[in-house]
Design a protein around this ligand. Structure first.
Ligand code: GDP
Ligand code: MG
Length: 600
């Protein structure tokens, strides 16, 4: 007779027989549990109202069955794999009669103590089978860290590839013991597809390398494949995956980053075949944004984009894996780690969306106020690293973070500037655009971006010293198009001209209408830029002279609200004022107008 462990007093013979029958189950290699076994355990638990545990080895055999809560269960003897980077080779799957699958303190403690491959709790609530499970993620100063995941559906849990998962955990533990407490830099290989298009693959990968380095990874190499259409299962061809796998081993890379967005299935398949974390450009950009968000709203927007990106990628083991050891792709804004629980993610998405909505309402109020005060607004747009923040600093003598890094600026910064004619304006610096900007991100930042580009004047800053300045400028227009702002009038600011020796080349560039050459760093050309901006603003407003009788002097306060007041002169017959305002506002004061001129 097989042994049933635990407290068996008072359990009827018929139950014991049913419990004993659990030994007859076996689980296919690589699978965590079968549906039939889980179902049987849940059934018996419901009838008996006691915890039930099975211990399964890596060959899928049931090594022990136990009744009672885990404190009373005599844990089965684990054979001598004492090296600290090995797991026990046994997983414990047990039931919670209450239906609540949350792991108890005792569950987690025994996970650590026995070093189970995995510790799972099954429960049935309202007829739905759910599972939560815990795994060891790493070891620091001889202490194990664990992570619990779930509740997820039994179906999702069965999907888990236990062989793969345990191999990854042990790899992580090995790394931990080797490198002790020093955080490991991620060593990345970059992969792209060469296709007909604007960006040469090498340039695109170079940019990806810069992004990877900005995120803190070390780039070991890049490889690409000529192919018009991505493979639906693997993105690149199967042969290329094999080649990549060899390259990965040779270079000892622990991260592979693809230059285009991967479908959740592609990402899962690639992780499985390559045995390392696989990310795409979108996840990388989101990670950088998460690290750089400073304002409350910026953090919310990034987190929202990250969660929406993550949600369809849950279910398989991919996400569990990428949690091991943390790193790029697992980091939320601030100190937080990205949520991995489907239900909690949905709640959080709703919660954040609501918060952003509230902030938006607030901001609209502010904007209304600003619109009525009619301070002209100027916004800087441009490819990341074009020199927008440097220009803002030079024009306003402030010190916004300007760095030779992609996306140094995330949250919009607004400063007052005074134009040569004494007129005040607001200048806004914003996030840089980049090719293949994740659409989740554009969606999350839409409100902010829309507000930024609703400015009276857009300055499109272009780094003309960059070999891909044309492609970069196209990418900016692409995003503007997505925001329906591509038809807006703008001033093209050719920047970093101090790095250009070829005067001929500059002259040719300046053939373009409303363009100007400057160096944001040295300040050269910024006077001309001021003049150009001033002219632009004048084109959009009309200067008029008014005579306001003293009986209507309350109008003056209104004028300050809706227009730029250039002068007021108190004479005997009334107040003479000169103001500038948008043409559509003019009829409000038409009775007082004594002269108008269009400034061209
Ligand atoms: P942003 O991403 O568009 O805000 O770009 P930044 O203002 O952060 O500038 C990116 C890098 O370009 C920084 O290292 C700046 O010092 C540099 N830079 C900006 N403007 C100029 C310029 O006119 N000339 C030169 N040589 N470098 C510049
Ligand atoms: Mg910047």
């Amino acid at each position: 007779m097989s042994m049933i462990h635990g407290e068996l007093n008072g359990i009827r013979k018929s139950f014991l027989t049913r419990i004993e029958q659990l030994y007859e189950f076996s689980v296919p290699f690589g699978q965590v549990i079968t549906f039939e076994l889980a179902q049987k355990m849940i059934e018996i638990t419901a009838d008996l109202n006691r915890e039930l545990a099975v211990y399964i080895n890596r060959r899928g055999q049931i090594t022990s069955v136990a009744v009672g809560d885990l404190t009373t269960v005599v844990l089965p003897e684990i054979d001598g794999r004492r090296s600290s980077n090995r797991l026990s080779g046994i997983r414990c799957i047990h039931t919670h009669p209450s239906g609540d699958t949350e792991l108890s303190g005792v569950d987690v403690a025994s996970l650590k103590q026995v070093r189970f491959d995995l510790m799972a709790a099954l429960g049935q609530k309202d007829g739905v089978n759910q599972v939560s499970f815990g795994i060891i993620t790493d070891i620091k100063n001889d202490l194990f860290n664990t992570e619990t995941i779930g509740p997820l559906s039994l179906e999702d849990f069965i999907e888990l590839d236990i062989t793969y998962l345990t191999a990854q955990i042990e790899r992580q533990l090995e790394l931990n013991t080797k490198t002790s407490a020093i955080a490991e830099t991620e060593r990345a290989l970059l992969v792209g597809l060469e296709r007909q298009g604007k960006w040469a693959i090498v340039d695109s990968l170079k940019e990806l390398a810069q992004l990877a380095e900005t995120a803190g990874a070390e780039v070991l190499g890049m490889t690409w494949q000529k192919r018009e259409r991505p493979d639906s299962a693997l993105f690149i061809g199967r042969g290329k995956v094999q080649e990549l796998s060899l390259l990965r081993q040779e270079k000892n890379a622990n991260l592979i980053i693809f230059d285009d967005e991967l479908s959740p299935a592609q990402q899962r398949n690639l992780e499985k075949l390559l045995g390392v974390k696989v990310l795409d450009r979108a996840a990388l950009i989101l990670d950088i944004f998460a690290q750089r968000a400073r304002s409350h709203e910026g953090k919310l927007q990034v987190e929202l984009a990250q969660l929406r990106y993550t949600l369809p990628r849950l279910g398989g083991q991919g996400l569990v894996l990428s949690r091991l050891g943390g790193g790029i792709g697992t980091r939320g804004p601030g100190e937080s780690k990205l949520e991995v629980d489907r239900r909690r993610i949905r709640d959080r998405i709703n919660d954040i969306a609501q918060q952003i909505e509230n902030i938006k309402k607030q901001r609209n109020l502010h904007r209304k106020r600003r619109e009525t005060t009619r301070i002209p607004t100027i916004s800087l747009v441009g490819y990341t690293n074009a020199g927008k923040s440097t220009l803002l600093n030079t024009l306003t003598a402030s010190d916004v973070l300007a760095e030779d890094k992609l996306f140094a600026t995330l949250d919009p910064t607004t400063r007052h500037i005074s134009l040569p004619d004494g007129r005040e304006a607001l200048l806004t610096d914003t996030v840089g655009f980049i090719q293949k900007l994740p659409h989740h991100l554009i969606a999350a930042f839409r409100a902010t971006l829309e507000e930024v580009i609703q400015a009276d004047v857009l300055l499109h800053v272009i780094d003309v010293s960059h070999p891909q300045y044309k492609e970069q400028s196209q990418a900016v227009f692409q995003v503007l198009r997505e925001l329906n702002a591509d038809t807006k009038q703008l001033i093209t600011v050719f920047n970093k001209t101090d790095k250009i020796e070829d005067q001929e080349f500059l002259n040719e560039l300046l053939q373009q209408e409303n363009s100007i050459a400057i160096s944001a760093l040295s300040g050269a050309g910024t006077d001309k830029l001021f003049n150009l901006v001033e002219n632009f603003l004048k084109q959009q407003t009309i200067e008029i002279r008014l005579l306001i009788p003293y009986s209507d002097s309350h109008i003056i306060a209104k004028l300050y609200d809706v227009s730029t007041v250039h002068s007021t002169d108190y004479q005997e017959d009334g107040i003479y004022t000169v103001i500038s305002l948008p043409p559509d506002q003019i009829n409000r004061f038409s009775t007082y107008v004594i002269g108008a001129e269009h400034n061209e």
